[in-house]
Design a binder for this molecule. Sequence first.
Ligand code: BTN
Length: 258
Amino acid sequence: MTAAPDMPAGFELRSYDVLASTNDEAKRLAAEGAPEGTLVQATSQSMGHGRQGRRWESPAGNLYCSLILRPACSPGEAAHYAFIAALAIRDAIAPFLNADHELRLKWPNDLLVDGAKISGILLESVLRPGGGVEWLVIGLGVNIVSHPDIPDIRTTSVHAAGGAGISPRHVLAAFCAAFAVWRARQSQFGFAPVRRAWLAAAQDAGQPVRIRHGGEDMDGIFVDLDESGALVLELENGMRKRIMAGDVFPAQSQMAHS
Ligand code: BTN
């Protein structure tokens, strides 16, 4: 077993055995003034949660982590961090997977291997009275040794895709290094390179999809990701609609959500 790697400069790790939720702990620390770069990691979570209040099963062996940022940006720009995080997770785990597996990014903030969910991202933020972002917490769940058995959702793990022997701490260190690179690109060139890279790796880009949100379905072609991070859907009548929230399925899929 190799020693746990240190985190790159600019990241300060706080590790716990068990937490209810690393996002909840990171939000508590952020509200108390914890600095940018604070990372909260737990071996397991008793009440891990995902988007739309979904439960995130969190047994030992996988990565559960939340990063505190204090970006000088608007709430709209804060949404870009989900795409930066997705690219950084992609870069962190891709080298460990067997080459015959396909790793893709799913709008708004999932990662899939051969169509099965391997990771999810949960962004939570608090705004200043003036409207800027006070702090932002980016929560990452990465299935490393195990993946949950959830009805109607295909899931997988780094181990199942060929990456045996890799620890949550190794994935976290690789994530931090890649996150710093993507963030530097974004601060130098704006959202364009992140958007381009994300779209090039996106699941179903250019394809017919169904968007499900609030019990409603909408069909169209997934034609773009816009400046705000919205999915651009081209409807049958040629009109383009910006989708701000929802679950995306390949048009023929009967799955409930993934
Ligand atoms: C999703 O796919 O809906 C997002 C899942 C995010 C799960 C991670 S695990 C670490 C952090 N703590 C939580 O309670 N949630 C996020």
